[in-house]
Design a protein around this ligand. Structure first.
Ligand code: ADP
Length: 480
């Protein structure tokens, strides 16, 4: 199949979260599986162009309403090729996402550029795989403005929602910039009357298929609690909404061969893990004391991730149980302040490293004993999957992808791979952390628990096949 991916992130070039990891792995899997896969991405000024060879292959002009954007397209790699859209007027902002007045145009330009690239390369996609709101108008665009182009006549579209809370909602005045004024009746009319256009909603309405990144999240987003106002539309399309867990790139994330950790280890020989723990603590200026458990956090510090449960519970837990806590992340000032306060209150127990640092993320996965993800909601979550592979026991709120991957430890049966609390409150968090600390005190139990986690397989070879099945279903339903 010919598959066109359009997205706003791709590791290692442009990453704020899990989407970037998926974009690095899924197209590569499909390429290996024999599909002609192409990826289109903005060339943000933050992309390190020394990381690969960027070859200029064409110039394009993208019209958006009365605006005209001159773009240069660079190709990187061949397995599969990634086309970067270079347009400094749109992408030289020092960061991936903005609240600037032209935010909608930044990703409309990406969307149109992707189709123009296909035309110039004479690439006829069987599947257009659009990711998140940034690419959500594409299903509508190919069904209308590009409907006469035979290259898109048979294209079926799949919209993958990586996080329903980012919807791309704009004032209706941006309408002309979409080039879709001639089919304005296809926009959600009540919302237009209320003065808004919602890109993700348009994608949900017009994509041939909708997927999200875990089976539980696929169900949750069809409820009012998690639906972000779009649950009714998702319920209406329930038969086409599927949940496929993200896979893990085990070449990047395996303790046997992780280039960022000094001591490699495996399920059958865990000695390196203890030495990585010592290395982690000493490199962060914390004392290493054998037998004292280390809890890790690597996260964007935003409301979704649930850290407000730490205040004040974590102060009490640290005092009572004496464990250590290593936190890597940045984001909302109140959460940064919370971790700053914890560090000041417990200087020998807590280290807060404020920032985004891939090598430290790997070292925390290896060196910590437990990994905390108290997310209020979590579409898939990758860090708990990395944790399982590193023998770092996840402690999570049972929601979304966390519910699908972390199974509650049952000491008698020796079954389970982590700790999952049901109610998103301080009591839930406290219960799960104390249960984990209790298990940690029994080395035999703990070893079993660690090994259960390390034996799990969330590779892309398994998850990629599920996408192939969805593609096959979508293309088999098209008219020939
Ligand atoms: P989300 O996409 O909501 O941020 P995920 O768990 O799906 O959450 O993906 C997070 C990804 O971003 C993981 O690869 C994780 O290692 C990485 N990450 C998050 N915060 C940081 C950070 N501060 N430093 C380095 N990597 C980070």
């Amino acid at each position: 199949m010919n598959v066109l991916f359009v997205a706003s992130e791709l590791a290692p070039f442009a990453k704020t979260g899990g989407l970037a990891d998926v974009m690095a792995a899924l197209p590569a899997y499909l390429h290996r599986a024999g599909h002609d896969t192409r990826v289109v991405l903005p060339l943000y000024d933050t992309v390190d162009t020394k990381k690969a060879t960027f070859e200029a292959i064409m110039d394009l002009e993208v019209p958006l309403g009365t605006h005209r954007y001159a773009c240069k397209i660079f190709r990187v790699g061949n397995a599969p090729p990634v086309y970067f859209v270079h347009c400094p007027a749109l992408y030289a902002r020092g960061r991936l996402y903005t609240s600037d007045a032209d935010e909608h145009r930044r990703f409309l330009a990406l969307s149109y550029a992707a189709l123009l690239i296909c035309q110039k390369l004479d690439f006829a996609p069987d599947i257009l795989h659009a990711h998140d709101w940034q690419a959500s108008l594409l299903p509508m665009i190919i069904k209308t403005l590009f409907a006469k182009d035979p290259r898109f006549a048979k294209t079926r579209s799949l919209l993958t929602i990586h996080n329903l809370m980012y919807q791309g909602s704009f004032p209706v005045e941006i309408g002309p910039d979409t080039n879709l004024a001639s089919v304005a009746h296809l926009f959600h009319q009540d919302l237009m009357k209320a003065g808004r256009v919602n890109f993700l909603l348009q994608g949900i309405l017009y994509a041939d298929g909708v997927s999200t990144v875990s089976p539980t999240y696929a169900r949750e987003i069809q409820t009012e609690t998690f639906g972000g106002g779009l649950d009714g539309y998702l319920r209406a399309r329930s038969a086409t909404v599927v949940g496929i867990l993200n896979g893990v790139d085990y070449d990047e994330w395996s303790p046997e061969r992780d280039r960022f950790i000094p001591h490699k280890y495996s399920a059958s020989d865990l000695a390196g893990k203890e030495r990585d723990k010592e290395h982690l603590l000493t490199s962060l200026g914390l004392p290493y004391i054998k037998g004292v458990p280390v809890l890790g956090v690597v996260s964007r510090l935003v409301g979704q991730k649930g850290f407000k449960l730490f205040d004040p519970a974590m102060f009490d837990l640290l005092r009572k149980h004496g464990f250590q806590l290593v936190v890597l992340g940045s984001g909302e000032p109140v959460l940064e302040a919370l971790f700053g306060n914890l560090q000041r209150a417990f200087p020998r127990q807590v280290c807060f490293y404020q920032g985004f640092k891939n090598d430290l993320a790997h070292l925390i996965e290896a060196g910590a004993d437990m990994f905390l993800m108290p997310s209020a909601y979590e579409p898939c979550g990758l860090n708990q999957l990395y944790s399982l592979r590193y023998g770092t026991v996840p402690i999570v709120h049972r929601t979304g992808g966390l519910a699908d991957t972390v199974k509650q430890w049952q000491p008698r049966a020796g079954a389970g791979n982590g700790f999952a609390f049901e109610h998103h409150d301080e009591g839930g968090l406290r219960w799960a952390i104390e249960a984990a600390l209790g298990a940690y005190r029994d080395p035999k139990q703990w070893q079993r628990l660690i090994q259960n986690g390390m034996a799990e397989d969330f590779s892309w070879d398994a998850q990629g096949k599920l996408y192939e099945l969805v593609y096959a279903r979508l293309t088999s339903s098209r008219r020939h």
